[in-house]
Write a protein of this length. Structure first.
Length: 228
């Protein structure tokens, strides 16, 4: 698989547009974590582990859905092939979401000395994972046909949700006294989100397309500036 200069240029443009959402997502996720603890754990007295794990699964499945939408939308935008979009959507989404939400938080938490537990949802809850993935691929292709550039919204939304999933994985399966490790958790989450999510939604689908116009984005901006 070779990546032409036009593909590299398009990948760079896509990354520049979406990169800021990673830091926003991490900061928002930390704020959400404190809100969940204050309300559900401290005020209502729910079990902390069950509460954090419940939020993790909610955000992980939502992450898979949104990631599949973004991946399939970007790929389908250029290829217009259902048979090619489906395997790319499945493989890229499952790999990226697993690495982002589970593997990298597990490795990062272990390196910081937390007694991390590796929880793999694809093995323990395969039906929910595959259903969210399949639904996301279908929505991605349909909405990309009906609504141009839907991948921008789905990518930014799923990056934020991925931040939430990674944070709640860390506090569910290792960091019990997480407040003392909040800086380390923020660092792990940033790395866990930016690498696999951008690879899944942008780099992988744009690397596998048969052809791409190097000046696609410039042409669109030029058309928008033309006088009526």
């Amino acid at each position: 698989m070779s990546i032409s200069k036009s593909k590299l240029k398009t990948i760079e443009q896509e990354l520049k547009k979406h990169l800021p959402f990673t830091l926003i997502g991490v900061l928002t996720g930390i704020v959400l974590l404190f809100i969940v603890r204050s309300f559900f754990v401290d005020l209502i007295h729910f079990d902390s582990h069950e509460t954090y794990e419940g939020f993790f699964h909610l955000f992980h499945y939502l992450h898979i859905l949104l990631s599949a939408i973004a991946t399939s939308a970007i790929f389908y935008r250029h290829e217009k092939s259902v048979l090619k979009t489906i395997p790319v959507g499945f493989v890229a989404t499952l790999a990226a979401c697993g690495i982002s939400d589970l593997l990298l938080p597990f490795v990062g938490g272990t390196l910081l000395g937390a007694p991390m537990h590796l929880h793999i949802c694809l093995i323990e809850h395969p039906a929910m994972v595959l259903l969210a993935n399949a639904l996301g691929i279908w929505i991605g292709m349909i909405t990309e046909t009906k609504l141009n550039r839907v991948s921008y919204f789905s990518h930014s939304a799923h990056v934020m949700v991925s931040s939430f999933a990674s944070i709640f994985y860390l506090v569910s399966f290792g960091f019990e006294n997480w407040a003392a490790w909040i800086v380390g958790i923020a660092l792990i989450t940033t790395i866990a989100v930016i690498i696999p999510c951008c690879s899944s939604d942008i780099i992988i689908p744009l690397s596998f397309i048969s052809g791409i116009h190097g000046h696609e984005h410039e042409d669109e901006h030029t058309e928008q500036k033309k006088p009526d």
